[in-house]
Design a binder for this molecule. Structure first.
Ligand SMILES: [Zn+2]
Length: 296
């Protein structure tokens, strides 16, 4: 797994103290990857909604707690493009604006276009079954809404409950054909690595039973103990461990990742840990030879 990045992302809503450019400054040593994702946005979002976002950026409006500019629209299209590219190359797209709170026709929580949902819908249209795991500390309500009635996408989220966006309860399991294809495993204020890994170990067997062709991970870093926006206490090690366990469980499948939240200055270090976990998890497990059995 390799990083996908572009310095244009720094120009979107740059001075915001919450979802500002400071979050991704440590990635500027990465080469610029350019893929305009504009043509894929309508796979998920309505044309009226796309027009509204484009117009709001042109008029430099304030929307979804974000100060928009022309660079915002370009960055949002590029974020979609890198999300799609990540899904094709098993990459980790480091993008802004984030996407997992955006629904088909609604901005929400700093998100304009739902990057992971668009990349996943493209895969579904190509006949693939997609498992989306959202490990941002907030519930991925936009992604859940988009696939709530689908049985082609299994959506699972581990997040702090009783905080923004005030959804993601265990009883939210899907609707119509999608019943059973949404899994919410909420955590409580003060929970950390141990509780997270317990939830992950409940999700993995269900996801293996779903037999996905590809796994997309919404990686937000706001459950980190140094992030003040939530009250989760994940350590650096958690991101390595989660990635390792996922890749070990889905060793023969493609995995890709897309950045969501994380409002502190350690995002680069945690993203590197996540990638290391994926890369180590992809190696074959060591051969264990039992001393009780002899051959020959
Ligand atoms: Zn978040």
């Amino acid at each position: 797994m390799e990083l996908l990045f572009n310095r244009l992302f720094l120009k979107h809503n740059p001075d915001c103290t919450a979802e500002g450019s400071y979050r991704i400054k440590d990635f500027i040593d990465q080469p610029d990857t350019t893929v305009n994702g504009e043509k894929w946005i309508s796979l998920v979002h309505t044309q009226e909604y796309i027009n509204l976002i484009q117009k709001a950026c042109k008029e430099k409006r304030y929307l979804a707690e974000v100060q928009l500019s022309n660079d915002s629209y370009e960055a949002a299209c590029l974020a979609v493009g890198l999300a799609v590219k990540a899904s094709e190359t098993e990459g980790f797209a480091i993008v802004r604006p984030p996407g997992h709170h955006a629904s088909r026709d609604k901005t929400h929580g700093l998100c304009l276009f739902n990057n992971i949902a668009i990349a996943s819908q493209k895969l579904v249209n190509e006949g693939k079954r997609v498992f989306i795991l959202d490990i941002d500390g907030h519930h991925g309500d936009g992604t859940q809404n988009i696939f709530y009635s689908s049985n082609k996408v299994l959506f699972a989220s581990i997040h702090q409950i009783n905080t923004f966006p005030y959804s993601g309860a265990v009883i939210e399991t899907g609707t119509g054909e999608g019943v059973g294809y949404t899994l919410n495993l909420p955590l409580y204020s003060g929970n950390g690595d141990k509780e997270f890994l317990k939830k992950l170990n409940k999700i993995i067997p269900v996801a293996l039973g779903f037999k996905p062709d590809i796994i997309g991970i919404s990686v937000g870093f706001d459950g980190y103990y140094q992030d003040d926006i939530l009250e989760l206490n994940y350590t650096d090690r958690l991101y390595y461990e989660a990635a390792f366990q996922l890749k070990r469980a889905f060793r023969k499948k493609k995995l890709f990742a897309i950045l969501e939240g994380g409002y502190h200055r350690n995002i680069r270090c945690l993203a590197d840990s996540f990638i290391e976990g994926i890369n180590n998890g992809s190696k074959p497990p060591p051969l264990v030879i039992s001393e009780d059995i002899s051959f020959g």
